[in-house]
Write a new protein. Sequence first.
Lengths: 158, 554
Amino acid sequence: MRHTISVLVENKFGVLARIAGLFSARGYNIASLAVSETLNPQTSYMTIVVAAQDEKILEQIKKQLNKLIDVITITDFTKKEHVDRELVLVKVNYSTKDRAGLEAIFNKYIGKIIHHQDDTAIIEAVGDQAQIKSLLDELDKFGIIELTRTGKLAINKG
Amino acid sequence: MTGAQILIKCLKREGVEVIFGYPGGQVLPIFDEIYDMDIKFILTRHEQGAAHAADGYARATGKVGVCIATSGPGATNLTTGIANAYMDSIPIVAITGQVKSSLIGNDAFQEADVTGITRPITKHNYLVKDVKDLSKIIAEAFYIASTGRPGPVLIDIPSDIQLADAEFTWPEIVNIRGYKPTCFGHPGQIKKAAKLIAEAKRPIIYAGGGVITSAAHLELRKLAEKIKAPLTWTLMGVGGFPGTHELSLGMLGMHGTAYANHAIMESDLIIAVGARFDDRVTGRLDAFAPDAKIIHIDIDPASISKNVKVDIPIVGDARNILGELLEQIEKVPNTVEWLETVENWKKKYPLKYKDGEKIKPQYVVEQVYEATKGGAIITTEVGQNQMWAAQWYKYDSPRTFISSGGLGTMGFGFPAAMGAKMGCPNKTVIDIAGDGSIQMNIQELGTCVANKINVKVFILNNGYLGMVRQWQELFYKRRYSQVRISSPDFVKLAESYGAVGIKVTGKEEVRPAIEKALKIDNTVFIDFHVEPEENVYPMVPAGEAINKIIGGLA
C-alpha cells in the first residue's frame, strides 16, 4: 500500500542523505520523492510516497523519521483531506495529422504540447495519479518515446 | 579566538574532565591548544581505543564521553566505537579533523566523508562550515548526545575552520525545533497501566538499559517490591536492580536463566522498562509470552511496537514515569501463587555449572565477585567471557557492569575499563576478557601504563574463540573452523609494557592471584588457563522460543 507523507525539514547540508539513508538502512521503499524549499528558505518540504506493507511499518517509518534531528514535522496524508498533483513530461511520436487526436485527449483528460520538433512532441501534464495514468494510457497508442515525472506533491485541504 | 580555541573553551564549559584521543595532520591546530589546556588528555594507542574509552567513561559516570581523532583513517578508526555507543545509547561526542574546506570532495590526503560514513551510526552529526557556528554546534552536540535516548554525536571540523577567527559566544539555552524529547509519561496511559497491574495475576518486570540511563533503579525497586513482581533484566539492564534481591531472576534471553525465561513466557503481564525487545531477548517472536499483555515504558517512541505489539505504551523518561506510576497504583495484585511458581522454577532449574579439577571460567568470575565483595566495576569483552561475567557476578548497583550489548564488539572491554577508571578513580575496575577479544585492543596496555590507569584484566584463556566454537560444536557438528587462536605469553607481554602479568594454571591459585592483583597499584593481566571447551549455559538456539532451552540444566 502506498502512503504519501510530507516531511518538513531543516534546509541544511546533508538532510536529503539522512532521509534517504534512513530508508535504505531500514529497508523501506521510496516510490517517489519531491524536495523543495518552503516559503521560509530555512526549511524544505519532502513529499515522499512510501510503499509500506502495513500500518505498522508506516508507523515505524514516521517514528524513525521523527527521530532525525533535522526533521521538524511529519504529515501523513493517508487519512487527511488533501490534494495531490504530479507533473509529467512525455515525449511521443508526432506528426501534424496526430494533432486532432491529441487535442481530443487533452480535452478529455489533461495536458498540452509544449514543444514539437521533427517527428516528436513533448507533452506536459499536471494531475493526480489517476489522471496521469489515464493520460499515459491514451498516449500509449502514439508511441511514448520517453517520460519523466516529478513524484507526487501534496497539500492539506482547508 | 580561533576555532580550535573556541572548541577547547566550549569543552571546558560543558564540564569535560578528560578527552581520549590521538593527534594527526588535520587536528594540529586543536592539539596546539590541547598543549596547554587544563582538561586531562589521554593519548590512546589506537583511535578505536579512544572511542571505547570515551564510551566506558560515559557508562561508568553517566556523563558525556569525549574522543578526538584526525581526518581519514583517524576518523574511520573511531567508527566501531561510535557504532558501539550508538547501539547501546551511550552519550559520546566524537570530534574529528577534516581536510581544509576548499579540498573537501577532492580526494585529498587523509580525506574521508566522515559525516557520510557516520550518518547511520550517530544520533546526529555535523560538518562545521563556518567558524561562527562552532560553539552553537558544540552546545547542541552535548545536548543531543545526553538527552532523550542518548547516543553519539560527531563533529567534523575542517582544519581551516580550526584556524579561522570568530568572536566567542555561548548559547545558554539550546533550542532545536526538530528535537524535543518527551520526558513525562502521559497521565492517562500511566493510569491505564496502574489498572492493568492491579488486575494481573502473573506480572513480571523486564528491565533494560533505560533504567540505568535514567537512574530509575530506586523507583524500579520500589515498583517490584510494591507489586511483588519478579524482575528480569537484559544485558544492558544488569545492575539496574540488585542481583541479590529475592525478586531478582537474573538475565533473560539467549543466555538468560531458565527461570527468567520460563517466567516471562508464562506471565500474563510484562512491564517493560527501558528495554527494546531485542531478538536476543525474545527469541522466536511469534512464540514470545503468548498470554502476556505488555506495558512498555521507553523514551524512544520508535522502540515501541517495533518488535512486539504493545498494549499500553508510555513514552518518556523511565524514572519520571515509574515515580508517577508508583503513586497511581492503589490496588496491588496478589502474586503469592505466582511467586511460588517462580520459586519452584528457581529450585528446579538453578543457574549452575559442573565444577571440576580444571579451572572453570565461571569459578573465576565467582571468585572475582567474592574477592571484590561485589564492589567493582566489571567491563567485559564479547562472547563467552561476557555471558559468564553477566551470569556469575552479582551486580547490586547501576553503572557497575559495562559491556557491549547491541553491537557485540570484541575489543571493547579493555579500553572501556580504561575510560571507566578515568571516570571513577576510586573504584576497582576489572575487564573480564577472553584470549581472543583481549588481543583486539591489547595495544591499550601502553596507554594504561603511561597514564598510570590502574585496571585489571582477567583473561579467561581457553585457546579458542569460545562462543563461536560453542556454536560450531552445537550447530555445525564440531567442525571447528578458524576458532583455535594462539596468544602471546600474556605475562611477558604485560611486563614488556611495564605492567604486571600473572599466569594461573591451577584452581587453587585462582583466588590468591585475584587478591594479589587487586593489591598491586598497576595494570595487571592475569592469564587464567581455563577449561578449553566449557560452554555457556543455559542457551536458547537463535530463532527458537526462549523456553526451548538446551544444556541439560533446564
